[in-house]
Design a protein around this ligand. Structure first.
Ligand SMILES: Cc1ncc(COP(=O)(O)O)c(C=O)c1O
Length: 424
């Protein structure tokens, strides 16, 4: 197998004279020495460039960063500084964004089962939009209005009946979905009629999101077409077409850039005569490629005639995507970025579970050995944000690197953190 494809590495990644990796002008081996492993290393210039690209493609205030992909105080601030608004999908995400200093009127609040308390928080804080997902949520909004809360500005989340070509668990636009009001069975029209007549909400637009890690521009154009046909007679100010743009994770995968995605969506809307502001909510395409995860190899076990297992010091607790969706990744040695990878091995974590796999069939350099630093690229989205404490592993720290400097933005959890909530 060839060396790791360099286009999978963060924008500022370089191969140093001795063949080792630097990102943001920082030697990755030194970062491991300073912060330990496992370690998430984010290229700040890459993050900022993708945010700026989204804002340039759609216009200021029309690109919402989907915080579920990766959220911490520094990331919320960075996205907002670059001109993005933020999409939050729980009271917790809302709290983190507000605490980071992002104004409430730059936030859209999502969720298929928002609690009364979460809705109350969103209204009291004054979020820009609540994206209403169900008739039950409308009942809750009625009761909050009856309590005396103001009528929030809302969007109606529509399930357009468009199948995105992606994993079943992250496809959301088809009729058989827990999300939104179905267009096909008339619920979308009923919901919009109710919202237009309601005194508890102010309907400002409609929203859809067909799924995540979608590579085919045609899927997005189809969703834009269906949504435009629904939205145009309503003549509302906003049409939000969700996120979902895929990114390449492994050799051979290709995805449209954010600018190309913007062209597909905006051209489709323009051709159909849409007059509303067209907004989007990219998550993965902003952050995925910006990061690598750095691990230390702990054991190399050869089973003749069966396979080789290479175990690292993290696993499904810092990257559950391979186990959840069968997602593929590449791996390479931080000391030898350009080394060919002829050795076949299963890259596994340290959890007490055979399913704890990071790469089912990894290509690795022949001389991979204990104590090597092994990196997996494209781990910036849905890795740290989906991390758990399974087996009471402490969640890894996050470092932002830029212009030769590294700043710790999320510290490593400690054993003491693991018992913080235990009261008995
Ligand atoms: C409503 C909504 N918007 C945006 C996103 C972000 O999607 P992605 O990270 O694929 O861009 C999601 C992800 O599931 C979502 O559910």
């Amino acid at each position: 197998m060839k060396p790791v494809p360099l286009h999978l590495l963060p924008d500022t990644a370089t191969v140093q004279a001795d063949g080792s990796l630097a990102i943001g002008g920082c030697d990755v081996g030194e970062l491991a020495g300073r912060f330990g492993t496992p370690l998430f290393i984010y290229d700040e210039a890459h993050l900022r460039a993708r945010c700026a690209e989204a804002v340039a493609a759609f216009g200021p205030g029309r690109a919402y960063y989907a915080t579920k992909a990766f959220l911490c105080t520094a990331m919320a601030r960075l996205a907002y500084e670059e001109g993005m608004h933020l999409d939050v999908a729980s009271g917790g995400e809302l709290y983190v964004a507000l605490r980071a200093g992002v104004p409430a009127n730059a936030l859209a609040f999502h969720g298929n089962n928002k609690s009364l308390a979460e809705l109350r928080m969103a209204i009291t804080e004054g979020v820009r939009h609540i994206v209403v997902d169900s008739f039950d949520e409308l009942d809750r909004l009625d009761s909050l209005h009856a309590e005396g809360l103001p009528a929030p500005k809302v969007l109606a989340r529509i399930t357009p009946g468009v199948h995105a070509h992606t994993h079943e668990f992250i496809a959301t636009g088809q009729d058989d979905s827990k999300f939104g009001f179905n267009l096909g069975n008339g619920d979308a029209h009923k919901a919009v009629d109710r919202m237009r007549r309601s005194l508890s909400v102010q309907l400002e637009g409609v929203h859809c999101h067909i799924g995540s890690n979608v590579f085919e521009a045609g899927n997005f154009a189809k969703a834009a077409e269906v949504m435009a046909a629904f939205a145009m007679p309503l003549d509302l100010p906003e049409l939000v077409l969700g996120g979902g743009l895929g990114v390449p994770y492994v050799q051979g995968e290709e995805a449209p850039s954010i600018s190309q995605w913007g062209n597909v969506l905006l051209d489709a809307c323009q051709a159909l005569g849409v007059r509303s502001n067209v907004c989007v909510e990219p998550g993965r395409s902003i952050v995925a490629g910006a990061a690598i995860t750095l691990y230390t190899v702990g054991t190399v076990k050869h089973i003749p005639g069966v396979r080789t297992y290479v175990s690292v010091d993290g696993g499904m607790s810092d990257n559950p995507r391979p186990v959840l969706y069968g997602s593929g990744y590449e791996a390479f040695l931080a000391r030898a970025v350009l080394a060919p990878r002829p050795e076949r091995a299963r890259l596994v974590g340290k959890h007490c579970e055979s399913g704890d796999v990071l790469i089912f069939d990894a290509g690795l350099p022949q001389d991979v050995r204990v104590n090597d630093l092994l990196a997996t690229p494209v781990t910036g989205a849905y890795g740290h944000s989906m991390a758990s404490n399974y087996n009471k592993l402490t969640r890894p720290p996050v470092v932002f690197v830029r212009d030769g400097a590294a700043r710790l933005v999320v510290r490593r959890e400690t054993y003491e953190d693991l018992v913080q909530c235990d009261v008995g």
